[in-house]
Design a protein around this ligand. Structure first.
Ligand code: GRF
Length: 206
């Protein structure tokens, strides 16, 4: 249960550039979020998001999958690290690994993901390309709680953007990214305010 008048502690998992991480850090630093990023973990050593975190004095760790004997062992290490920071919420922001029940059971209904499409359309990899190839006229982004499936968990917030005639993966991704940077902090703030309740496969916002 999130206490009122206190900032929740957020651990962010990344694999790449970390523009969503930056958006969350910036909103938090501006005092617009009742949340602070206390640690960042990447499965890739060269993820630029690690540098973003360190620049803000946030503990940033490269956790190499190859130094663990399997998915469960990797997620056990992830969970232990996150627990050592007393994390209230785990935020996947471009984390390119499937998480196992080991992590989900350590943080029940406390792991969020952002996906660059309007789920349940276009789950999995290359969602923007999937939308373009399908000829969708609208796409967008979805913040959802993570469950054992791939991009199947209860939906928290969504935002739509148009798909334009001459869009490329790059131009559509850029338009979606702008929405992501607004949507993810909004979902985290709802969580911080204790306003999200998972009921079956739905999320009730109070
Ligand atoms: C975003 O498009 C997000 O939807 C997807 O991975 C991308 C991460 O981008 N899960 P960034 O690293 O936050 O810039």
């Amino acid at each position: 249960m999130v206490k009122s008048n206190s900032r929740i502690r957020v651990g962010v998992l990344i694999s790449g550039g970390g523009t969503n991480l930056q958006a969350i850090i910036d909103r938090s630093a501006a005092g617009e979020l009742d949340a602070e990023v206390v640690c960042v973990i990447s499965n890739r050593a060269d993820a630029f998001g690690l540098q973003r975190a360190r620049k803000h004095g946030i503990d940033a760790l490269h956790l190499d999958y190859r130094s663990h004997s399997g998915r469960q062992e990797y997620d056990t290490a992830l969970a232990e690290y996150l627990k050592s920071f007393n994390v209230d919420l785990v935020v996947l922001a471009g984390f390119m690994r499937i998480v196992t029940p080991v992590l989900l059971e350590a943080f029940p209904n406390r792991v969020m993901n952002i996906h660059p499409a309007l789920l349940p359309s276009f789950p999995g990899l290359d969602a923007q390309k999937q939308a373009l190839d399908y000829g969708a006229k609208i796409s967008g982004c979805t913040v959802h709680f993570v469950d054992a499936g791939t991009d199947t968990g209860p939906i928290i917030l969504q935002s739509a953007v148009p798909v334009l005639e001459d869009d490329t993966v790059e131009t559509l991704s850029a338009r979606i990214h702008i929405e992501e940077h607004r949507l993810y902090p909004a979902a985290i703030q709802l969580f911080a305010e204790g306003r999200l309740t998972v009921e079956g496969r739905k999320v009730r916002i109070s």
